[in-house]
Each structure stands twice: as C-alpha cells, then as structure tokens.
Write a protein that binds this ligand. Structure first.
Ligand code: PNS
Length: 184
C-alpha cells in the first residue's frame, strides 16, 4: 500500500482514512511578493512536504509598506505563471487581516521564510501578534536554501532598476516582466 506521505511528495491525491481521521493540511504563505524571487519559490515548494495545499497569498496591506514596483494583480499573474505546474499551490490576493483570511481558508499554518537573524525581530513581532489574534494559527519559519539566503524582493527591485542583471535571482516570467517594466 502506498503511504500518504509518498503520495504527498509525488503530488498524487492523498487518500484519506476518513474525513475526521485526517484533515487536509492547508498552509498559507503570505507576503508582498513584489516580485516573487527564487527564494520565495524555494520556501513555497518546501511546504509541499508537510502541507496538502499551499496558498500563496499576496497582501493588499503590507505591514512594512514599500513603494511597489508591480500591482497586486501583476504580482499574482507572475506567481501563477511560476507555479503553473504545481497543482497543490494556489495563488491569490487577500485584503484585511491575515488571521481572518487564514480562518476563512481553514489554514492551520502560516509560513514565513527566515533568512538571517536580521529578519527575526520583524517576524517574531508579527507571529506573536497573529497568535494574540488567533491562538490556533501556528506560524512556521522555514529556512531557504543557502544559495538564496541573501536574496530579497527589495534587493531584486533595486538591482534591476539600476541596470544590474537579476536573471539568476528570479524565474524567467518574472525576469521578462522586470525587463519590460524597467526598460520600457
Ligand atoms: O513580504 P512582507 O511584506 O514581509 O509580508 C508581510 C505580511 C503580508 C505577512 C504582513 O504584512 C501581513 O500579514 N499583512 C496583512 C495584514 C495583517 O494581518 N497585518 C497584521 C500583521 S501582524
């Protein structure tokens, strides 16, 4: 008999003992994704080893708002292109509080990537606030591949806008959009 974890890893539908024996594990990976980088992609794919369904959720209200390069709709389009082959990853936008969106979607976990100690303070504050707002929602921190430990969307935006080559930091659909936006 095939194990459910093997099914999960191979992207096959996971069989259930019964509806109550095991709930579908939904994880939300929220962020600005302006634009999605290879680091984000790495984190999202890592979630597939423990979640049945991953929802990549683009916020309309970033806690640390920066001057956006792409609209939320454009960011979503890029995410959908990048994850087109991943049946268990859905991409959507959300308005309002993350905890409310998570409850609406039946998510047990919020996923955040942690690159370095410098990320910790901001992440710790948000995780604690989210726990105050919704005690059942657990924040999980995942560490990206070492190759992406320095990578951030804001650095990609800056380097690209100053004429640097960011082709090895983002997927092709994102690179093409950056070129179009910045070289137009
Ligand atoms: O990629 P970012 O900008 O660091 O992501 C921040 C994000 C989306 C996780 C945060 O801004 C968020 O959750 N925004 C939704 C509004 C909300 O719930 N704010 C309270 C957070 S404690």
């Amino acid at each position: 008999m095939r194990s459910r974890s093997a099914d999960r890893q191979k992207g096959r539908p996971v069989t259930r003992k019964s509806a109550s024996a095991e709930r579908t594990v939904v994880a939300i990976y929220p962020g600005s994704f302006d634009p999605v980088t290879l680091g984000h992609e790495d984190i999202a794919r890592r979630c597939l080893s423990f979640a049945d369904q991953v929802i990549i959720a683009v916020t309309q209200h970033a806690t640390h708002a920066k001057k956006p390069l792409f609209t939320v709709q454009e960011r979503l389009e890029m995410l959908r292109e990048v994850f087109a082959g991943e049946k268990r990853i859905a991409c959507t936008a959300f308005d309002g509080l993350l905890v409310d969106f998570a409850r609406e979607r039946g998510a047990r976990f919020v996923i955040r990537g942690l690159r370095a100690v410098s990320d910790f303070e901001y992440e710790f504050q948000m995780a604690q606030m989210n726990r105050e707002l919704s005690a059942d929602l657990e924040t999980l921190f995942l560490i990206p591949d070492l190759a992406f430990s320095f990578l951030s969307a804001s650095l990609v935006r800056e380097v690209a806008s100053l004429g640097g080559d960011v082709s090895r930091f983002v997927s092709q659909p994102v690179f093409r959009r950056l070129e179009k936006r910045l070289r137009a």
